[in-house]
Design a protein around this ligand. Sequence first.
Ligand code: FBP
Length: 305
Amino acid sequence: MALTKKVSEILSWYSSENPGTLGNISKLLMSGKLSGTGKLVILPVDQGFEHGPIRSFTDNSEGYDPDYHFQLAIDAGCNAYAAPLGFLESGAVKYAGQIPLILKVNNADSLSTGEPCQTITSSVSDALRLGCVAIGFTIYPGSNLSGKMYNELRNLSLEAKSKGLAVVVWSYPRGGSLAKADETAIDVVAYAAHIAAQMGANIIKIKPPDNHIYDPEAKKVIEKFGLKIDTLSDRVKHCVKSTFNGKRIVIFSGGPAKGRDAVLEEIQQVAEGGSFGSIVGRNSFQRPKEEGIKLLNEIMDLYKK
Ligand code: FBP
């Protein structure tokens, strides 16, 4: 399929990558209902691992079935489906070739306590065997164990890219001296996005930031230069700028389930701020299927404007 001008422009920002990795980034950008627009809507379903099955799948119990999520992502026309090893293994043969897959190669559960950290749960070989276009990896900037995660990301990225895969990084600040409210502070989220870009992420996934500022030194700079952080769209603009002045694909997560209007209002602002898309899990698979598809399509429409 011929690439659109927009997708070619985006790929030009990744010119140090090999043809395999570039091809896989382009597969992500050229699939689903947003194909060719330079925007992405991805379905992530790792919440069963991260939050447990009761919290994740009881609202819509069809979600206990791994096939459900493959079919939801395909029927909704998402650019890709991201999940841990077990869910992908379960449907990779049945749905082979129907939607780009991202293997989430590290995970954390909600049962353990202590400093937040993710553990490697699958490999680059698994991703290749399952026909994935990318590995997905979470880092927790701020955690006292962030160095361990950065180091693992560095090694897995090197291997994934050398084998032609793309790398998607979930960059979620937490742990260390960060209080819960600091995890989405504008300076912290922008910093986390920048770290992921510096680590070579091809696609960066962050949470929508709020107007709280964590670091007093950053606050001084924000005030001195009158950086606009009042609206969500201002803050998204700042995060996009923080990822190499918009030359990295940065997308925003959906968060806990909320009403349709609240989801669309938030994503409208995220889109206005120049986001390259959204990654929406609970807000899609915790609704009845038709409603989930409708909402995902309404989200895609916001990115088509
Ligand atoms: P949601 O749209 O459900 O928020 O999914 C996005 C996501 O990044 C998932 O991939 C992940 O399981 C979840 O958020 C983690 O959220 P948290 O780290 O806040 O528990």
